[in-house]
Design a binder for this molecule. Sequence first.
Ligand code: CP
Ligand code: NVA
Length: 317
Amino acid sequence: TASNTIRHLISIADLTTPEFVSLVNRAQHHKKLIKAGVKPETWPLQGELVALLFSKRSTRTRISSEGAAAYFGGQPMFLGKDDIQLGVNESFYDTTKVISSMTSCIFARVNSHSEIQQLCEHSSVPIINSLCDKYHPLQAICDLLSIKENFKELKGLKLAWIGDSNNVINDLAIAAMKFGINVSIATPNGIEIEQHVIDAANATTAETGATLELTHDPKEAAKGANILVTDTFVSMGQEAETQKKLKQFEGFQINSDLVALADKDYKFMHCLPRHKEEVSDDVFYSDHSIVFPEAENRLYAAIATIEAFVVNKGQFL
Ligand code: CP
Ligand code: NVA
């Protein structure tokens, strides 16, 4: 079927390094144009719908993908979990067939990765994974753009992740390593990085030489780090485990004690939304923090993504 030839954005690990680098470069290119007030010359998605099939809340992903659709002349259509028949009255398969028959692509925010796989299998248009339990590729494109803007040379930098093992870091680790950045991940005891991430990291090490270090000691990860990153300790859908997870993450807050171990010119990043337990106010709102430019960069990441996967149908510039 046609869907076999469609390029979907599922995870960063599915992209070659040149493809990923191209997405980051194109995001930077579009940012420059937009900042210079240059309007797009053509609207390749004019008259088309861009569907956002979101079963979870979103601020940044929703705004950036709707903004990116508008940039190309497309009409974004937000389909939240209470808006459509899915789940209550209609199957995932039927919903996928119907939405993809009337739209140019589907940005999908789902619970489990298997839902992204089902969408890719049955959709007649590109699927853009807009967060599942395993991956968050749009965030990783944005984050590498944000790092690129803040450091002259990326090769050999140390990125420290102090937090959970799931979607954001699974893509960010591979993304950073594709740019030659060494990654050190501190998770609490009992929370491990999944084997598929380690396998993708090993393949990337063979290609770029960048390393992945795993530890349960936040200090070990923070030591000499150029970039410190974290995320919520309680991801969407884990609300029932809040007390247990907060206990597990005791000692994992990024605060003045921890950043004292980092490089003196360190940058702090966070995909947002943010809570005080994972990062103290004095770090989050410090001059080292690039969280708000990082959030804005989601727009340019979404633009580069629509350009490559929808407008150019899987051709990377
Ligand atoms: N960073 C991110 O994906 O944020 P939202 O959940 O607000 O989309
Ligand atoms: N890990 C978080 C990321 C939110 C953007 C979650 O899944 O809720």
